[in-house]
Every structure is written in C-alpha cells, then in structure tokens.
Design a protein around this ligand. Structure first.
Ligand code: SF4
Length: 421
C-alpha cells in the first residue's frame, strides 16, 4: 500500500462562481428588486388563487411576501382577471405590501395588456411565453404587441420558454434540418436547441423593437434535472441576459424539493441563475409558502444568501435513546423562525447566527464549539448534564427538566448582546 502523506498544497475553498449578466430592475413604488449582474439571487413565487378573487389573491401574495418572496407572479388569463389586477395591487398597497407583481400571460396577453391599461400599469413585469403567443404570421405581431406594451409602461419582461409549450413550428423546423444532416443529433438535443433558440431569438426580436437588453430576463424550463442543467449551461454560454431559473413541474413533497435543490444547486454554484422559483405542488392542506421556504433554504445552504439563523442538529443514533435532543432541535428551529420577523428589524445580522443541538458526547462538544451557541445533550449512559458552548467556550452546564426553556433563554440573551449593539 502506498504511504499517504498530507499535501502541502492548499485545498481550494468551494464557492459559487460570480454571475455575469445584464441587470434588470423590477419596480413598484419605492421598492426596487434588481435581477442579474451583481445583485443577490432573488426569490420568486406564484399564486394559485383565481386572480378574479382579488382579496383571496392579495392575501396569498401577502403570505408569500412575508415568507420571503421578493417577486410574486399571478395568473392573468381572462379579461376578468386583467380587470382584477389593479384591485389586487390596491389591496396589497393598503396592507403595506410593496412586493412587485408579475403578470403571467399566455395566448391573449397582447389583447389583455392593450385593453386593460390599468392592469399593464399595476404589474411590474410581464411574463411572455413565446410558445403561446400565437401561430404563423400572428405570432410575431402578437409578441410585438406585448413588447410594445412593456416599453410603453417601462416594464421588464421575462421571455419564459417551457418545454411543455414549446414553439412547435420552430421545433418541427429544427427536427427537419437535423434529419437532413449526415450525422443527426439526438432528438433530446434538438429539443434543447429549440428551447434556447426560442428564448434568444425572441429576446433579439424584442431588442430589435427597441427594448433594452437589460430589461429582458430569460428562462427555459424543463422538468428533468439533467435536462435543466444542460439547457441552462448552454443558455448562459450563448447570451448575457439575466436568467430566471427553476425546474418546472418539480412535483410534490420530498421529490419536488430534492429535484429542485439538486438542479438549482449545480447551476447556482456555476454562477448561473439570477432569480429562482421552486415549482412545488403543495401537499393537500400545505401552505403555498413552502416553495418560498425551500427556495430560501437552497440559497442559504449554498452560502449565497442568509435569511434565517441555522440550526445544526445531529441525526441521532444508538447512543441516544431519548427524544429530548430531537424536541430541542425542533423547538429551537421553530422558535428562531418565529422570532425572525421581529429580530430582523431589531438585530442587524441575526440571520447569520449558528446554533448547534447535538445528541451526545461523540460530536456534541466539537460541533457545539463550531457554532455561535451549542448544546451537547447527554447520550445513553452519560451523566444527565448538557454543557452549553458560546463562541467556542463552555459557559455552563444545564440539568433537569427545564433544559429547553433555559437554553432558549441563553439564545435570547446571546442574540440581544451580540446583535443588539
Ligand atoms: S452526536 Fe452522538 S447521538 Fe448524535 S449522531 Fe453523533 S454519535 Fe449519535
């Protein structure tokens, strides 16, 4: 066996690559969300209410915004929905919610944006799907009408291609051309090409009409993880428009969460993606805000943004038979989340707090020392004592039935002392 020696070369520290794209500005009132360039990756979400129900839609938008969504997209599919948009906006303004709204248009966006100027004005960005703006000669005209509306109202657009509604004429043409080649490409590769071509050619048409490239955001959404990675790598290589990133129809629960995290993480680490959405199907009874929570967890896990204090907890094993540490980890996590709306305005930087809740002596003290505050609970056979560490130093040992309440108080004191200044 070869003798292993430590290397003297420094191991590179992993970090996401810098992004390089145009920067778009999405504005409502005094609120400005920057997308692309050196702006932080921002979080989007979408309502699932009927937009005609202006009150219900406004309430859901408020929930999404309060959960951390920085842009919220709403369906604008009928004249009634377009007529309701200004009322949705008005309700939000009354509630003090200034999150910019994006109108999601398919098939009739050119008509709605022309016939309902108050809707066009109340929205802060328009989503245009080039596969759903019309066929043949109508396609260019109707797409042009939407771009004209965007320029008239000085709104940015997202040209959002989706493989479920890909421009079939373009796809058929590319398939035919491929079939003529001596060595045809795989059908999947032609589909990738059609997605990218549809997005970039549409963006170029918009620019030819006078729309600044900075006001255009692109997306090419597919539902397979490897497909999304392939498409976005190539899209980012071929253009410098800001990119909206998301796995479309990600699915429900764990599957949707894991697939979105897998796909988005690879691309974000490569510096691809300026705004993200997790297209999660809510479980029955689950809040729509779950997609925002997951999106923020992805960005925080990658170290791209910090939203909430993090709780490191061990998974538990045969060394700990009690559920105390699971309960403590959950209660502390819940408590920190509950406190954040208040703490965020009171304690600058509190979102960087790191708390560790560990199950036994094996990794407990070590992991606790790496955190700002850590507690190492007693495992099976250990003395019933829980040492607490602050900034790497053991400060006290908790015992008895009040450990959870006492540890929470220690966290409160630490937050006030460190972030209150
Ligand atoms: S810290 Fe202790 S209880 Fe937790 S997983 Fe490691 S060995 Fe098990």
């Amino acid at each position: 066996m070869q003798d292993f020696q430590p290397s003297t070369d420094a191991i590179p520290v992993a970090a996401p690559k810098a992004r390089s794209s145009h920067q778009a500005k999405v504005v409502w009132g005094t609120r400005e969300v920057r997308i692309g360039g050196d702006a932080p990756v921002c979080i989007q979400s979408m309502t699932n209410t009927d937009t005609v129900d202006a009150i219900g839609t406004a309430i859901q938008i408020k929930e999404l915004a309060q959960a951390g969504s920085e842009l919220v997209r709403i369906t604008v599919n009928t004249p009634e929905a377009a007529a309701a948009v200004p009322y949705v906006r008005e309700q939000l303004d009354r509630m003090g919610i200034d999150v910019p709204l994006i109108g999601d248009f398919h098939y009739n966006g050119h008509t709605l944006l022309t016939d309902y100027p108050a809707c066009a004005q109340a929205l802060s960005k328009y989503r245009i799907n080039p596969g759903n703006v019309g066929k043949g000669e109508k396609r260019d005209r109707q797409f042009g009408q939407m771009i004209e509306a965007a320029m008239r109202w000085q709104k940015p657009v997202r040209i959002g291609v989706n493989w479920g509604s890909l421009d079939q004429e373009l796809l058929a043409r590319l398939m035919d051309e491929n079939a003529q080649r001596a060595v045809p490409s795989d059908a999947k590769q032609i589909m990738y090409e059609a997605l990218i071509t549809s997005a970039i050619q549409s963006a170029q048409s918009a620019e030819a009409m006078g729309m600044p490239g900075e006001q255009i955001i692109l997306s090419c959404k597919v539902s397979g993880v490897q497909d999304l990675i392939s498409v976005y790598r190539e899209l980012a290589r071929r253009c410098n428009y800001a990119l909206h990133l998301g796995l479309t129809e990600a699915g429900m629960g764990t599957k949707g969460t894991v697939a979105s995290a897998a796909a988005l993480s690879v691309l974000l680490q490569e510096g691809i993606g300026d705004t993200i959405r997790v297209s999660l199907t809510p479980q029955p009874g689950e809040s729509r805000t779950q997609e925002v929570v997951i999106a923020s967890e992805i960005l925080q896990a990658l170290g791209l943004r910090m939203f909430n204090p993090s709780v490191t907890a061990c998974p538990g094993c045969g060394r700990t038979t009690s559920t105390t540490f699971q309960e403590l980890a959950k209660q502390i996590d819940d408590y920190l989340r509950q406190q954040m709306p208040t703490w965020r305005s009171q304690y600058r930087g509190v979102e960087t707090l790191k708390v560790a809740v560990m199950g036994c002596i094996v990794n407990g003290p070590g992991e606790s020392k790496h955190a700002d505050i850590g507690i190492s609970l007693p495992g099976t056979g250990e003395a019933p004592a829980a040492p607490v560490f602050i900034d790497g130093e053991k400060v006290t040992t908790l015992r008895g039935g009040q450990i959870i309440a006492e540890f929470q108080q220690i966290v409160d004191n630490y937050v006030a002392q460190r972030f209150g200044a």
